[in-house]
Design a protein around this ligand. Structure first.
Ligand SMILES: Cc1cc2nc3c(=O)[nH]c(=O)nc-3n(C[C@H](O)[C@H](O)[C@H](O)COP(=O)(O)OP(=O)(O)OC[C@H]3O[C@@H](n4cnc5c(N)ncnc54)[C@H](O)[C@@H]3O)c2cc1C
Length: 113
C-alpha cells in the first residue's frame, strides 16, 4: 500500500493525487497506467499516470468521480494508503500488461566495504 502525499480538488468531481510509490515512479514512462485498488477488497480501476518524480518517488494521478470506486477515492485524504500497480499496453495486442519490473524482488543493497 502506498501513501497519498497530496490531495487537491481541481474542479467539481475532479481530483489530483500524488502517491508515494517509489518503484512505480522509478520505472514508469509517459503514457502508462496504474491499476488502483483502494483496499484489499476494492475494485481495480485503471488511471493514467499524469506525472511522476523519480527523485521524490511519487506519481501524480488525476481522476473524475463517475461511480463507486472513484467516489470512494475522492473521500480519501493525505496519509491514507492505496494499492497501485504499473500497467503498460502491449503495442502488438493492445492488451494491458503488468510491468514485470514492479513485480521483481528488490535487489539486496550492497554493503560498503
Ligand atoms: C487505460 C485507462 C486509463 C484511464 N485513466 C483515467 C484517468 O487518468 N482519470 C480518470 O478520471 N479516469 C480514467 N479512466 C477511467 C477510469 O478507470 C474509470 O472512470 C473508473 O474505472 C470508474 O470506476 P468507478 O467504480 O468509479 O465507476 P463505475 O461504477 O465503474 O462506472 C460508473 C458509470 O460511469 C461509466 N463510466 C466509467 N468510466 C467512464 C469514463 N471514463 N467515461 C465515461 N463514463 C464512464 C460506467 O459505464 C458506469 O455507467 C481510465 C480508463 C482506462 C481504461
Amino acid at each position: 500500500m502506498y501513501p497519498i502525499v497530496k490531495r487537491e480538488k481541481l474542479a467539481d468531481k475532479i481530483y489530483l493525487m500524488d502517491v508515494r510509490a517509489p518503484r512505480v515512479a522509478q520505472y514508469c514512462e509517459p503514457g502508462q497506467f496504474v491499476i488502483v485498488k483502494i483496499d484489499e477488497t476494492g475494485e481495480r480501476i485503471p488511471l493514467t499516470i499524469c506525472d511522476y518524480d523519480r527523485e521524490a518517488g511519487t506519481i501524480t494521478i488525476v481522476f473524475q468521480v463517475v461511480g463507486a470506486s472513484t467516489e470512494r477515492m475522492a473521500g480519501l485524504k493525505e496519509g491514507d494508503e492505496i494499492e497501485v500497480k504499473l500497467l503498460d499496453i502491449d503495442p502488438k495486442t493492445g492488451k494491458f500488461k503488468l510491468s514485470h519490473k514492479v513485480l521483481l524482488p528488490r535487489p539486496e543493497k550492497q554493503e560498503k566495504k
